[in-house]
Write a protein of this length. Structure first.
Length: 200
């Protein structure tokens, strides 16, 4: 879906639809308020035979332009409804994904996380913002995560490692961690998946 509404409709198509609506061929009745105001402004021109044709042409252009704006407004409203529905769907996909997603800054502080990530850390999501992810890791794993983030800062496209979470009750839990730089800049995107050894 294009962000340029005029481009989406096509300027010629917009003009044709506006003229048709003015003629009453399609769509809802057109508000005549602006046309009435334009008539009063153009009344003096219209009362003189030498400028009457020009005044009517200008009035018609104003009416067509008004309807073009109404059509653009309708298209923007439809686009907004579609975008809001898409955002709700993507937010649900993110929140309820089967793996834990985290966005951390350069020191590992949590900026965003999904519900799966909050559950993995054993906390309510709202209580986690600003806390460092390193505080949930065993000391060696905290160092491994810092090394992953340093490699990404140095330009490596992605990094992965097995890390050990230490939950509130002291229970260790191994996770496979995958990390990339956030394309928006300044942060890192992490995915944690519970670690399972390969059968051997």
């Amino acid at each position: 879906m294009s962000g340029d509404v005029t481009g989406t409709l096509g300027q010629a198509d917009l003009r044709i639809r506006a003229v048709e609506r003015l003629k009453g061929d399609v769509g809802a009745p057109v508000s005549r308020r602006s046309a009435s105001e334009a008539l009063s402004v153009l009344f003096d021109m219209a009362s003189k035979p030498s400028t009457a044709g020009s005044a009517l042409a200008v009035l018609h252009e104003l009416q067509v332009h008004q309807v073009e704006l109404e059509l653009q407004d309708e298209e923007l409203r439809r686009s907004r409804v579609e975008l809001e529905a898409t955002l709700r769907r993507l937010t649900q996909l993110y929140d309820y994904a089967p793996m834990a997603y985290f966005t951390v800054d350069k020191i590992g502080a949590l900026r965003e996380l999904n519900l799966t990530g909050a559950a993995m850390l054993g906390c309510v999501r709202e209580q986690l913002f600003g806390r460092t992810l390193l505080s949930f890791l065993a000391p060696r794993s905290a160092g491994d995560l810092q090394a992953m983030l340093a490699r990404l800062t140095d330009g490596v496209p992605s990094a992965s490692s097995t890390l050990q979470l230490v939950l509130g009750d002291g229970t260790p839990r191994n996770v496979s961690a995958f990390a990339k730089r956030d394309p928006a800049g300044g942060c890192f995107l992490l995915a944690f998946v519970p670690y399972r050894r390969a059968w051997g």
